[in-house]
Design a binder for this molecule. Structure first.
Ligand code: HEM
Length: 73
C-alpha cells in the first residue's frame, strides 16, 4: 500500500479501476432498470444523479486510472 515502486503503484491503480468499473456498472444497471418503463421508475433528480455518478466514475475512476495509472506505469 505504501510502496514507491512504480509497478506496485500501477497494480494498485488497476485494482482501483476494476473496483470502480464494477461500481459504475452497478449504476448502469440502475439506469437500465429506471428506463424499463415509459416515464421511468425513478424520480427525475435521482435519475440525473445516477447518470452523473455513472459517467464520472466510469471516466475518472475506471478509464483514467486503468489507462494512465495502470497501463502507463
Ligand atoms: C468507459 C466509460 C463507460 C462505460 C464502460 C459505460 C458503460 C455503460 C453500460 C454497460 C451501460 C448499460 C447499457 C444498457 O444496459 O443499455 C451504460 C448505460 C448508460 N451510460 Fe454509460 N458507460 C461509460 C461512460 C458513460 C458516460 C461518460 C456517460 C455520460 C455522462 C454515460 C451515460 C450512460 C447512460 C445515459 C446510459 C443509459 C443508456 C441507455 O440504456 O439508454 N456513460 N453505460
Amino acid at each position: 500500500m505504501f510502496s514507491t515502486n512504480h509497478k506496485d503503484i500501477g497494480t494498485l491503480y488497476l485494482l482501483l479501476g476494476v473496483w470502480s468499473g464494477l461500481v459504475g456498472s452497478g449504476l448502469s444497471f440502475i439506469i437500465r432498470f429506471a428506463l424499463s418503463q415509459p416515464g421511468g421508475v425513478l424520480e427525475a433528480k435521482i435519475f440525473n444523479m445516477v447518470i452523473t455518478a455513472h459517467g464520472l466514475i466510469m471516466i475518472f475512476f475506471f478509464v483514467m486510472p486503468v489507462l494512465i495509472g495502470g497501463f502507463g506505469k
